[in-house]
Design a protein around this ligand. Sequence first.
Ligand code: NAP
Ligand code: MG
Length: 470
Amino acid sequence: MLINGERIAAIDGRTFAVTDPATGEMVASLPLGSLEEVRSAVDAAESVQPGWARVSPRDRGHVLGSAARLVRERVPELARVLTLEQGKPLREAIDEVRGAANVLDYYAGLGSAFRDEFHRLSPGLDAQVLHEPIGVCAAVIPWNMPALLFAWKAAPALLCGNSIVVKPASTAPLTPLALAEILHEAGLPRGLLNIVTGSGETVGEALVSEPRVRKVSFTGSTPTGRRVMALAAAHIKRVTLELGGSDPMIVCEDADLERAVAGAVAGRYYNSGQVCTAVKRLFVHEAVADEFTRRLVAAVKGLTLGNGLDPKTRMGPLNSATGLEKIAALVHETRETDTGTVIAGGNGPTRTGNFYEPTVVANVAEDSRLLTEEVFGPVLPLVRFHDLDEAIVRANRSPYGLGASVWTRSPSYMREASRRLEAGIIWVNLHLKVPPEVPFGGRKQSGIGRENGVQALEAWSETKTVLNRL
Ligand code: NAP
Ligand code: MG
């Protein structure tokens, strides 16, 4: 827990353990927060926010820029902590920590560009459009990308002059805590950024319900997002929700198969499949399906499953035993009901730790849960299609609308897919890449609002219009 710039214990002294998903060993013991700590974090955030609102955006940006430099200097140690609590291969942890530094840098740069606007509407009428801080805000983040998602929320929130209280996921709170300490070292005044560790049901709900919190930015599952939105409704709080996804990847008959196979492997098995925009449904044109499948299975069988700290590892364990059980149950159900054929992997846990093999399922039935629900782990369902129109219609048949990719050499296929796929982000001949410069977010039940880009500054500000009669 980090309140007013200090690491503190829980008032009642209670703690919880953070464990290494690869070994089951305890990595750290942290204070289990309660309503009391949420209240003191909000007290701290409330008392310093007006002072921060008076600091120029450029100077606020300087703090973020200094923090980015410190994060870059400490990539090895931060990445190690991330792997220990989250499970991902060290190379992915390094990627993620560098990504967090890039986000801090991007918003640092926007500090000098973040301006109020002036409009002369007519000779007798001027208008100013002011971007004011919202006040005390809350961020609830998940465990799959804890460093990156911390930066996605904290950087624009602070740049816009808000203070923020963060509730990290209980299975991956250490990296966000370390990043928050770095921001303080970089000169962030105490109290502007507080972290309350503890359970989602207690700390998360108390934070979202706290009347003084004016905005909630949540990333996590759709059911929890629905709960957060309902709690926020009591005070008409601003909400940004980044929820689940079931991204389709469509491989057309003219695709570069080598690139498409590499894209599917990275897209599904990166972070053991625990990415909101992972490739969760793979549609392959029937003309290339046999060849594509053969190459895909060979690539998947070559992924070395192991402890993320081992340099040979290409895929780590799942973050939690609960996540592993869900994946194992889905594959079991697929076999029992004969609604798909497992053509690679399909076993787990394979040893101590939350390990599940990288898995491919072919001949998947239309109503299989592998296609209708979000599968948050290393299982890739493969579906054949006859023409692009059919693929798009089936791809859109999902309650989610986060990302989607199309793999083709044809400009008309590219245009057709980008126009018709219902998603917040469309990739053409790539998947998964989310640069901080462009907006990111979902349609349908994948969420509300956008993060990243200059669009995030709107989401972390209140717009005020002032009209002046001359
Ligand atoms: P989750 O239960 O929704 O947890 C996410 C965060 O919410 C954690 O910090 C959690 O705390 C907290 N939380 C849990 N219950 C809460 C409540 N009632 N009120 C307030 N906060 C609460 O998510 P998960 O099931 O662990 O994570 C996997 C899901 O997250 C997947 O469905 C995935 O798609 C989604 N996800 C989406 C994105 C995106 O950007 N769209 C990114 C990452 C993950 P505890 O850890 O203490 O429970
Ligand atoms: Mg949960």
